[in-house]
Ligand binder design. Structure first.
Ligand SMILES: Cc1cc2nc3c(=O)[nH]c(=O)nc-3n(C[C@H](O)[C@H](O)[C@H](O)COP(=O)(O)O)c2cc1C
Length: 284
């Protein structure tokens, strides 16, 4: 690993930062403001009621249609990543075959199964540069996925820098390695929830016209998880989102935080069956 750190002043000037923290302004993050539990938009909603009338200003807007085949990949990337939101972010730690540690965020990320416990991550590849994380996972078959909370989003974001493979993004971020138990790559100590994963499956995705590899899908088998006890809900079994304060990705450089949550009970078929069967067109 051969990386030299810039003097702090020039390093910091490379990364956009708020000039000063002004807690009184709503434009700045207030770490003491808790996440509210609110009511759903229309708690009085009944079977067949449809969308909440009066709660959307888009009713009369015409629809614009794009045929994806006819769009540039740059435009479709911008469009889709601004629409398929909010995306959770996998903060992935890997180790290259030569031992260089690597850390980077990926928001083409989801949980796809709990039995077996599997998550998916997808890497966009450019002919310019492979993704080191993908290379390392395919070579070593091991990685950790760490959930990003608000208290280290700037540090996590800095690791997305397109640096050469011999650069250790841990140093750039200032984050701390926490040794893993079942895999070699470390977990991120600052992360409140970390998963140790083994490569379960990988599949290259090809450009439909040129057959160039444009993306790689990786499924990770979650072997072990670590959670800070302070994030657990009262039952000790699940995480409290208000304590986790997870960060999601929207389009471009925009992130989102959870500001409030609401519950909507799922209808039980036994309770609504008679009403639905006897309804005919009644609900319309
Ligand atoms: C929040 C965020 C999410 C990202 N999501 C992805 C993604 O899903 N897939 C991808 O290929 N690159 C994604 N990137 C870009 C990678 O993080 C970036 O290319 C990074 O340099 C890859 O590092 P590596 O080459 O060390 O693996 C994302 C960047 C950010 C800031």
């Amino acid at each position: 690993m051969s990386v030299k750190l810039l003097p702090q002043s020039s390093f910091l000037s490379c990364i956009s930062r708020t000039p000063s923290r002004r807690w009184h302004s709503s434009k700045f993050f207030d770490p003491y403001k808790s996440i509210q539990s609110t009511s759903s938009p229309l708690p009085e909603w009944k079977l067949g009621d449809g969308a909440s009338k009066g709660l959307s200003e888009h009713g009369n807007s015409p629809r614009k249609t794009w045929i994806l085949d006819e769009m540039s990949t740059k435009d479709s990337y911008k469009l889709l990543t601004s629409a398929i939101i909010p995306r959770p972010i996998a903060f992935i730690s890997t180790i290259a075959e030569d031992g260089t540690p690597n850390l980077a965020p990926f928001s083409y990320f989801s949980m796809i199964s709990h039995n077996p416990p599997l998550l998916s991550v997808s890497f966009n590849l450019s002919p310019r540069r492979p993704k080191d994380t993908r290379e390392n996972i395919l070579a070593t078959k091991e990685f950790t996925v760490n959930i990003i909370s608000e208290h280290f989003i700037e540090a996590a974001n800095a690791t997305a820098v397109e640096a050469p493979a011999d650069v250790d993004e841990w140093i750039i971020s200032g984050l701390t390695m926490e040794p893993s138990s079942q895999v070699k790559p470390a977990c991120v100590k600052e992360s409140l929830f970390s998963m140790e994963c083994q490569l379960h499956f990988s599949h290259d995705i090809l450009d439909l016209k040129t057959s160039d590899v444009t993306n790689s899908l990786v499924l990770g088998l979650i072997k072990q998880v670590h959670v800070k006890e302070s994030v657990l809900a009262e039952n000790g079994l699940v995480l409290d989102p208000a304590k986790l304060r997870p960060v999601a990705r929207l389009g471009g450089n925009t992130y989102a935080r959870l500001t409030d949550t609401f519950d909507v009970p799922r209808p039980a078929w036994e309770k609504i069956r008679d009403a639905v069967k006897g309804s005919g067109e009644k609900f319309r």
